[in-house]
Design a binder for this molecule. Structure first.
Ligand SMILES: NC(=O)c1ccc[n+]([C@@H]2O[C@H](COP(=O)([O-])OP(=O)(O)OC[C@H]3O[C@@H](n4cnc5c(N)ncnc54)[C@H](OP(=O)(O)O)[C@@H]3O)[C@@H](O)[C@H]2O)c1
Length: 332
C-alpha cells in the first residue's frame, strides 16, 4: 500500500484517491529519479510509493515530508508499487532490484543501461514468467525513441546494420571542441550542463556506448553483442588535439552489422563525417540512430540524448503504456 504524501511545509496531506492510479516507486533520487518522482507527485494518474536511495539520511529538499525514502530494497518493494522506475547509476544493485521486482510481478521501467546490458535474456524471461512488464527505452537514447525505431524497422524487415550516436556527453564535448574549446574546458562544460558525470570515464572510454549498442542489438537481432567483441576508441586530450587541428566534423559513431544472422563488426569509434552527413547535423547532447534493413530501407530517429527532461519523458511514455494495460482498480 502506498504511503499518503504530505506536502512539505503544510500540515495538509495530499491524499490521492487511489482508484485507477498506477502505484509507482522510484529507485534513485538523482537527476533522473528526482525528476520522475516530482512528476509522479504532481500527476493524479499516479500514486508515488517512495524511493530507494544510497543514503536515506540525506536531506531531500524537493521531496514532500512523509514519503518513504529508504536504502532497503526489501522495504522499497514492500511499499506495494505496481511499477518500479530504476534510475540507479549502479549496474549490480540495479540488476538485483529489477530481478526482485520482476520476480514479484512488479513491472519495471529502467533508465539504467549498466543494469540492463548483458542481462536482457535473463530479465525478460523473468518478466515473461511472472507477467510483469519490462521496459528499458530510457536506458538508450534519452529522448530519442531508439527502441521504438528498432521495433518499427524490425516489423518492416530484417535489420542488417545500425549506426548511432549513443552518448550525449561525448557528442556535447565534440561539438564544443569544434567550437574552439580545449578538451578540459569541453569536459567541464558538459559537466556544468549536467550531461557528464563528475567522473566521465564511462562516457569518454566508450563503455557507455558499448552497453547501449548491446541493448539495441538485443532488440534488433534477438541477442546482445558480446561486449568483448566491440572494438572501442576512447576520446582523450590527444585525440581532441588531432580533431581540433583537423577542423572537420567528428562524431562518436557506434555501429553493428549483421552477417549470416549474427551481429558482427561492432565498434565504437570517433569518426570524421562529411558535413552533409545525417550525423553531422546532430549537435550538443543529441543522439541519433540510423537503421538499414535487408531491402535497403533507412529508419532514423534523432533527439536530445541526455538530461532530465527528455529522459523523464521517455520513462513516462512507458509508464503510460503500463497504465493503459492494467485493469482498472476497484476503489477502496
Ligand atoms: N543523467 C542523464 O542524462 C541520464 C540519461 C539517461 C539515462 N540515465 C541513467 O539514469 C540513471 C540515473 O542517472 P542520474 O544522472 O539520475 O544519477 P545520479 O544523479 O548520480 O543519481 C543517482 C541516485 O541513485 C542513488 N544510488 C546510487 N547508488 C545507490 C545504491 N547502491 N543503492 C541505492 N541507491 C543508490 C543515489 O542515492 P543518494 O541520493 O543517496 O546518493 C542517487 O539518488 C543512470 O543509470 C544513468 O545512466 C541518465
Amino acid at each position: 500500500m502506498c504511503l499518503d504524501v504530505v506536502d512539505k511545509g503544510s500540515s495538509e496531506p495530499i491524499v490521492k484517491d487511489e482508484a485507477g492510479q498506477l502505484r509507482v516507486g522510484v529507485a534513485g533520487l538523482g537527476l533522473i529519479g528526482e525528476g520522475a518522482a516530482l512528476r509522479l507527485i504532481a500527476d493524479d494518474d499516479y500514486a508515488f510509493c517512495g524511493a530507494l536511495v544510497r543514503d536515506a539520511s540525506k536531506p531531500r529538499e524537493a521531496m514532500p515530508a512523509g514519503v518513504l525514502i529508504t536504502d532497503s530494497i526489501q522495504d522499497f518493494l514492500d511499499a506495494g508499487a505496481d511499477v518500479v522506475i530504476d534510475a540507479l547509476p549502479d549496474g549490480e544493485i540495479g540488476r538485483a532490484l529489477i530481478e526482485k521486482a520482476l520476480a514479484r510481478g512488479v513491472s519495471v521501467i529502467s533508465a539504467n543501461k549498466q543494469a540492463v546490458a548483458g542481462s536482457l535474456d535473463v530479465l525478460t524471461s523473468i518478466a515473461r514468467r511472472t507477467g510483469a512488464q519490462f521496459f528499458y527505452d530510457a536506458s538508450v537514447g534519452g529522448g530519442a525513441p531508439m527502441i521504438e525505431t528498432v521495433q518499427r524497422a524490425r516489423a518492416h524487415g530484417d535489420i542488417v546494420e545500425m549506426t548511432a550516436i549513443l552518448n550525449g556527453t561525448v557528442n556535447y564535448i565534440l561539438t564544443a571542441l569544434a567550437g574552439g574549446a580545449g578538451f578540459d574546458d569541453a569536459v567541464r562544460r558538459a559537466q556544468d550542463a549536467g550531461f557528464a558525470e563528475p567522473d566521465p570515464t564511462a562516457d569518454l572510454s566508450g563503455d557507455d556506448a558499448r552497453a547501449k549498442i548491446s541493448i539495441l542489438s538485443y532488440e534488433a537481432f534477438g541477442a546482445e553483442v558480446d561486449g568483448n567483441a566491440i572494438s572501442t576508441e576512447a576520446l582523450d586530450a590527444d585525440l581532441a588535439r588531432k580533431i581540433a587541428a583537423d577542423g572537420g566534423v567528428f562524431r562518436q559513431l557506434t555501429s553493428v552489422t549483421l552477417t549470416d544472422g549474427v551481429a558482427s563488426s561492432a565498434s565504437v569509434a570517433i569518426v570524421k563525417v562529411p558535413e552533409s552527413d545525417f550525423f553531422a547535423g546532430v549537435k550538443d547532447e543529441g543522439n541519433a540512430l540510423r537503421i538499414v534493413t535487408a531491402d535497403g530501407r533507412d529508419f532514423t530517429c534523432v533527439d536530445k540524448g541526455a538530461g532530465r527532461a527528455p529522459t523523464v519523458a521517455s520513462l513516462f511514455s512507458d509508464l503510460e503504456t503500463v497504465r493503459a494495460a492494467l485493469p482498472p482498480r476497484e476503489s477502496n
